[in-house]
Ligand binder design. Structure first.
Ligand SMILES: [Zn+2]
Length: 323
């Protein structure tokens, strides 16, 4: 029983690889931040370590429990260290995967944020991908396969996860987290398919305030000149993680695109800003909004590839016309 929200096709696919014994040595889960890539990878790890004779993962055996607690002897969890997956972490992955499993048929390593891996570290991992030890399973997550070396991607089974439908997220928030239905619907809408974000937002209302502040910041910038924009770029570049703000801005551009294209207004994420967004859609037009959204996506890529964040943000903000 997989305790995942959405991504049913990916769960069915992974389940099938277990039942038919056609498990890939390396799987790459891609998709936007917080849509559940690492969560799904960990459930797959649990399925691999599950000791049940029935359908795996059972969720209750020692193998499943230890995997979820991050305490299984045959599981290694790697996250970026100060924003990067580094060569010493890759060496540790190679060392651990080369060992024989203790309590499972598999040694499993889950690496989150693989797009932050330095080229040197990614190249070092290639040898493991080319000739994996027979019991080694490597589960990588990344925002976009385009951010990785093609030589890495070509050696992975790639599962491209999409944002989860808001009604699926809302139902899960009500059923599993006992959130009030109206609040669940609002948060699911604002999450734009990011399951992890929606769950965190239910527990931490400050995230919704931060989100509002980021959207307001963008809307205000349309009325401001270059000096204010440069100030905002500097301020943002100093944040520990600038991606959530840029993601919210991408959603605003998406809303503007939808309105400019005459789509149903119920599809708009930022419902509270509807009058202002209508005005922006009229003055911007579909093509300019589309270009701005694509540009914001490029900035996310550039920052992931370690381009100077302040410079990338300055260029983006200065390119927006006053509205
Ligand atoms: Zn189990």
């Amino acid at each position: 029983m997989w305790d995942t929200i959405g991504h049913e096709w990916a769960v069915a696919y992974l389940q099938k690889t277990i039942e038919t014994d056609r498990i890939a040595h390396t799987t790459l889960f891609t998709g936007p931040a917080e849509i559940g890539k690492t969560h799904l990878a960990r459930w797959f790890a649990a399925a691999l370590h599950c000791q049940s004779d029935a359908r795996r993962p059972c969720g209750t055996c020692r193998g499943c429990r230890d995997t979820h607690a991050g305490a299984h002897a045959d599981l290694l969890l790697i996250e970026p260290d100060k924003g990067r997956v580094k060569i010493d972490q890759v060496r540790r992955i190679q060392h651990e995967l080369a060992l024989r499993p203790y309590n499972s048929p598999w040694r499993v390593c889950v690496v989150s944020g693989f797009e932050t891996t330095t080229i040197e570290a990614a190249n070092a991992l290639l040898k493991t991908l080319e000739e994996p030890p027979p019991h080694a399973i490597l589960l990588l997550t990344a925002l976009d396969p385009g951010l990785l070396l093609p030589t890495i991607v070509s050696r992975c089974r790639v599962l491209s996860l999409r944002p989860v439908a808001p009604h699926t997220i809302a139902d899960a928030l009500v059923e599993r987290y006992q959130v009030d239905p109206q609040r669940a619907t609002e948060i699911a809408q604002l999450s734009a398919g990011r399951v992890g974000w929606a769950i965190r937002a239910c527990e931490d209302p400050a995230m919704l305030d931060q989100r509002d502040a980021d959207v307001q910041m963008l809307l205000k910038l349309f009325d401001q000149g270059p000096a204010a924009r440069l100030r905002v770029a500097e301020e943002l570049a100093q944040r520990d993680d600038v991606h959530p703000a840029i993601f919210e801005w991408q959603l605003v551009w998406r809303d503007i695109m939808l309105l400019a294209a005459g789509c149903d207004e119920r599809l708009i994420v930022n419902q509270q800003q509807l009058p202002r967004l209508r005005h922006l859609a009229q003055s911007t037009g579909l093509e300019s909004a589309r270009a701005a959204a694509a540009n914001a996506q490029d900035v996310v890529r550039q920052i992931a590839q370690n381009v100077n964040a302040r410079l990338a943000l300055e260029t983006m903000l200065l390119s927006w016309q006053n509205r």
